[in-house]
Design a protein around this ligand. Structure first.
Ligand code: NAD
Ligand code: UDP
Length: 319
């Protein structure tokens, strides 16, 4: 229930200085909201939101969501969590704490405020899926003790907490299962495949394909993903999700490597490296639920999104 006396909705974005969070803050301000961006700058940076600092409708707060937060807002987007495998595996205990304690703290805040709260969950809850494409009613195939478990199981537990707060405290929740998303401001050195390949190609360095490159991913451009999150937050109270948000176009990692080489005009060669442990072999969202309930379908094809992302990285790399 909004307690705002002004006309602007007050929105909290945790992880707001990260890749997705910074685009979301930008979008919410453009939509006329007052945005409180909370981040501990573990993987995000002030640079990502520097252009918003100075706006009377933007506030940046350094805070770790594993500690309680007392603020007054009308809506909460909970995005705080490192998303790239090298980042979330760097301090796996902290990753689980961020997902689990972070969810408890943000749900407690939402409960006190009776605020609507959205969780940025992930396709990783499906693990290395035995059902393809992945639908929301698939329970997943996750190794609970592997190197990816701190992230996968942390996000699964966060979903559990969201649904228990919904059932036990009638909290108004939304859960988005986000599939691989890319675009400007994705961290250049976090090992995620799209940014990694683009940076390697722009430097004419070898493109490191893990395994034989036959594993697949579906890549969603950031503007499409943000539109999906905003639509989900605005959806009727009865619709909680979980709902898949991603682009159903599916490509092998080797196909991606060749597309990046072609679009950058690079002289890079593909080199093969060992496949990391528990690396999912295939991933593609079934987005029928998002299409039906949110009227949402991604609009940016891979080539176009890659071209925009390359245009963002080119001046950074050639500086
Ligand atoms: P990112 O690493 O760029 O952003 C995460 C942000 O959270 C960073 O700014 C980081 O500093 C902040 N953060 C981390 N731990 C924190 C803590 N304890 N307290 C406060 N802030 C903290 O990653 P992203 O790609 O923008 O991902 C955002 C969210 O979306 C994450 O929850 C991630 O799990 C989810 N997600 C992203 C993708 C994707 O492909 N980008 C896919 C699935 C899910
Ligand atoms: N990958 C790769 N080379 C790289 C980085 C990643 O072949 O330099 C592969 C990785 O093994 C995985 C896919 O690309 O199969 C996507 O990896 P990413 O870390 O971006 O995200 P994931 O979907 O695995 O969380």
């Amino acid at each position: 229930m909004a307690r705002t006396y002004g006309l602007r909705k007050r929105v909290l974005v945790t992880g707001g200085a990260g890749f997705l969070g910074s685009h979301l803050c930008e979008r919410l301000i453009a939509d006329g909201c007052d945005v409180l961006c909370v981040d501990n700058f573990y993987t995000g940076t002030k640079d990502n939101v520097a252009h918003l600092i100075g706006s009377p409708h933007f506030e940046l707060m350094r805070h770790d969501v594993t500690f309680p937060l007392y603020v007054e807002v009308d809506e909460i987007y909970n995005l705080a969590c490192p998303a790239a495998p090298v980042h979330y595996q760097h301090d796996p205990v902290q990753t689980t704490k961020t997902s689990v304690h972070g969810a408890i703290n943000m749900l407690g805040l939402a409960k006190r405020l009776r605020a609507r709260i959205l969780q940025a969950s992930t396709s990783e809850v499906y693990g290395d899926p035995s059902v393809h494409p992945q639908r929301e009613d698939y329970w997943g195939h996750v190794n609970p003790i592997g190197v990816r478990a701190c992230y996968d199981e942390g996000k699964r537990c966060a979903e559990t907490l969201f649904f228990d707060y919904h059932r036990q405290h009638r909290l108004d929740i939304k859960v988005a299962r986000i599939f691989n998303t890319y675009g400007p401001r994705v961290h250049p050195n976090d090992g995620r495949v799209v940014s990694g390949f683009i940076v390697q190609a722009l430097r004419d360095e070898p493109i490191t394909v893990f395994g034989e490159g036959r594993q697949t991913r579906s890549f969603c451009y950031v503007s499409d993903l943000i539109e999906g999150l905003v639509r989900l937050m605005a959806s009727p109270e009865g619709f909680t999700g979980p709902v898949n948000l991603g682009n159903p176009g599916e490509f092998t990692i080797l196909e991606l490597a060749h597309k990046v080489i072609a679009l950058t005009g690079s002289s890079s060669q593909v080199v093969y490296r060992p496949l990391p442990a528990d690396d999912p072999m295939q991933r593609r969202p079934d987005i029928a639920l998002a299409q039906r309930e949110l009227g949402w379908t991604p609009a940016v094809p891979l080539e176009e999104g890659l071209a925009r992302t390359i245009a963002y990285f080119r001046p950074l790399i050639q500086r």
